[in-house]
Design a protein around this ligand. Structure first.
Ligand code: ACO
Length: 282
């Protein structure tokens, strides 16, 4: 039976299944360069919930329809039209935070940002929320808020600290200067950039590696890493050890034991060079 993912009429988002458990999630307002309006924020919260529970999805790839990834928050619908409407502003801002900081950043499934074009302003919080980011070399990034009289607010000033050096964050927030995918990769804002004609193939290659891993372990790895980042050493050690024990207890395929058995007893693989064999586990 088709799920709500397929049956609901989405206005600003859409999905595309790519096989091997990989689902592309599109910001889908190409005529507005995928500018994020309140409807997109609400729909993203809903669709990410559905994808989290979707059995056919093991990896989520966030990308943009048309020529942009996203032109940032919608200046008309998210800002101007909500001036004088505090309730509307509060709801839209809450949904914007929720989809970036919770539904995407802490999604139990692995997430890849596939940046196919412009990425401006509020797009950075979604970019940095994804576990991995792959861009076309000629994508254009920019913290352009300063160019129209605001600054990277709404949590962005804090989020930038997760993926940009102080020097880069200060320079680009204060100048608003655009930069390309190669530069974004050089400063480690993204994982890598590739020529445009290789963007989808490279993204699928990385997504397939993730899709073939034990999902319980993968989920624990990303959540533990993101949660422990801000703890002191002692807290991080205690938390990750407890998380690790919980993960082993929750893993139906008992990957830890299986991995050791295949290496130590059966000599079937080399853990340093690749994953244990889980053909019959998926
Ligand atoms: N908010 C609202 N509408 C937008 C936005 C936006 N962020 N970006 C593009 N649009 C709309 C345009 O108004 C235009 O609408 P129209 O066809 O009804 O006139 C349509 O999308 C196409 O935009 P163009 O500017 O014509 O497209 P072009 O390809 O020439 O330029 C670019 C694309 C560079 C992305 C340009 O639209 C732009 O500079 N957008 C704003 C980028 C920005 O500064 N974002 C940060 C917002 S602040 C924040 O996110 C916190």
């Amino acid at each position: 039976m088709a799920s709500e993912l397929e049956t609901r009429e989405w206005k600003t988002v859409k999905i595309e299944r790519k096989g091997d458990g990989i689902t592309f999630l599109y910001m889908n307002r190409p005529e507005k360069r995928n500018a994020m309006n309140p409807t997109m924020c609400f729909e993203m919260c809903d669709i990410l919930d559905l994808l989290t529970d979707d059995k056919e999805t093991r990896v989520i790839v966030l990308t943009g329809a048309g020529e942009a990834w996203t032109a940032g928050m919608d200046l008309r619908e998210f800002f101007r039209e909500l001036d004088g409407n505090p309730a509307g502003r509060r709801k839209a801002a809450a949904a914007n935070k929720e989809w970036a900081f919770t539904k995407l950043r802490m999604n139990p499934k692995p997430t890849i940002a596939m940046v196919n074009g412009y990425c401006f302003g509020g797009g950075f919080s979604k970019l940095i929320a994804c576990d991995i980011a792959i861009a076309a070399d000629d994508s254009i990034f920019g913290l352009s808020e300063i160019n129209w009289g605001i600054f990277p607010a709404g949590g962005l000033a804090r989020v930038l600290d997760d993926a940009m050096s102080l020097r880069d964050a200060m320079y680009y927030s204060m100048t608003g200067e655009p930069f390309d995918g190669k530069k974004a990769s050089e400063m480690r804002l993204i994982t890598m950039s590739v020529p445009r004609d290789q963007l989808i193939a490279k993204t699928l290659e990385v997504a397939k590696v993730l899709s073939a891993k034990n999902p319980v372990v993968l989920s624990a790895a990303k959540i533990a890493h993101k949660t422990a980042r801000r703890m002191d050493y002692w807290e991080a050690d205690e938390y990750t050890m407890a998380k690790s024990i919980a993960m082993v207890a929750q893993d139906p395929e008992k990957g830890r034991n299986e991995g050791m058995k295949q290496f130590l007893d059966e000599k079937r693989y080399r853990p340093g060079l690749g994953n244990y064999i889980r053909e019959d586990k998926k």
